[in-house]
Design a protein around this ligand. Structure first.
Ligand code: DGY
Length: 317
């Protein structure tokens, strides 16, 4: 049986499935392996089932044993892996698309609602037990009739567009390519970010983290937004220059943020914790039993298919 290093603890049913198909090396304490430990534990393994918390960079890949043929990432995002370095070593990298689309779109909507309707401040008030209803208490921004800009109209962006339309939002998007009418569902395409941001009363970042999208929200691009816009991010923290974002919140250029992902998470820019207008969650995008099970099952299937047929499903390099 092929030996597979599974770097993080999976749900029980998924570990059982892995045990039936491979000889897995589990991480029963769910510790976060250092790069050194990951390399050490890979010895004698044929594949790795990694998670988004494993930084599998060029240096790590170069030190992996020659027996490793596949790295199956337990996530749709794969910015944690240097896929070019893996390719050079003939290591296949796979991800888990589709299965987490709806769960992540739900969190994207939650961020929009939480940021627009001042959920963070509301929760703080309710804990203090001395809040009083009044006609102008915690007045927020209503979604009906407002414009939602979606940066990255892939599966998650499109699922969010559907939900947001039912809230009466008008959808605008920026994507590398314009979608066909079916996929566009009446949304307006923008061929540059300045044009998208300038019509975004609310922005949802749904695009992959790449060299091109790193810090795409920065001091200069924040100026493109209407004053009082809301920015939310369900993709990766790399897309936001946090210092510039915090300044924009303080100056009220940006009304509120809704964030589920952070640069260097679990670390988070300390100022977000101090801003009442920051509605922040700890990377919960795919965190439902149904979705986490489907993701792990798919990550396992990707490895199994490769071992059985020499072809990988959901290959990204
Ligand atoms: C992913 O799969 O990239 C998600 O961020 C996991 O929650």
């Amino acid at each position: 049986m092929k030996k597979v290093l599974i770097t993080r603890k999976l749900l029980r049913s998924c570990e059982d499935k892995a045990s039936k198909l491979f000889n897995p090396h589990f991480n029963s304490n769910d510790e976060q392996y250092s790069q050194k430990k990951l390399i050490e534990l890979s010895k004698g393994c044929d594949g790795i089932l990694s998670s988004l918390t494993d930084k599998i960079d060029k240096e790590t890949i170069e030190k992996l044993p020659a027996t490793i043929k596949i790295i199956s990432n337990f996530a749709v995002g794969f910015g944690n892996i240097d896929i070019e370095a893996a390719k050079k070593r003939n290591i296949i990298v796979t991800n888990t698309p589709d299965v987490l689309t709806d769960a992540t779109a739900e969190i994207a909507m939650l961020l929009i609602l939480g940021a627009c309707r001042r959920a963070n401040e509301g929760m703080e008030w309710v804990k203090k037990e001395n809040w009083k209803w009044s006609a102008d208490f915690l007045i927020g921004k209503q979604l009906t009739g407002s414009r939602l800009g979606i940066l990255g109209m892939g599966r998650i962006g499109r699922a969010l567009a559907k939900i947001a339309k039912s809230f009466g939002m008008e959808i605008h998007y920026r994507n590398r390519t314009k979608l066909n009418n079916d996929k566009e569902m009446g949304a307006t395409f923008h061929d540059n970010i300045k044009s998208l941001f300038s019509v975004s009363d609310v922005l949802s970042i749904c695009c992959p983290a790449t060299k091109e999208t790193k810090d795409i929200i920065n001091k200069e691009t924040l100026e493109y937004f209407p004053t009082g816009a809301i920015i939310t991010n369900v993709a990766r923290g790399d897309m936001i220059d946090d210092e510039a974002m915090v300044q924009a919140l303080v100056s009220r250029k940006i009304y509120a943020v809704g964030l589920d992902v952070y640069k260097g998470e679990p670390k988070i820019h300390p100022e977000y914790l101090k801003q009442p207008t920051a509605f922040i969650l700890p990377h919960l995008g795919s965190a439902t039993k149904k979705t986490r099970t489907a993701m792990a099952d798919l990550a396992i299937d990707n490895i199994d298919k490769y071992f059985k047929t020499g072809n990988a499903k959901n290959k990204v390099n």
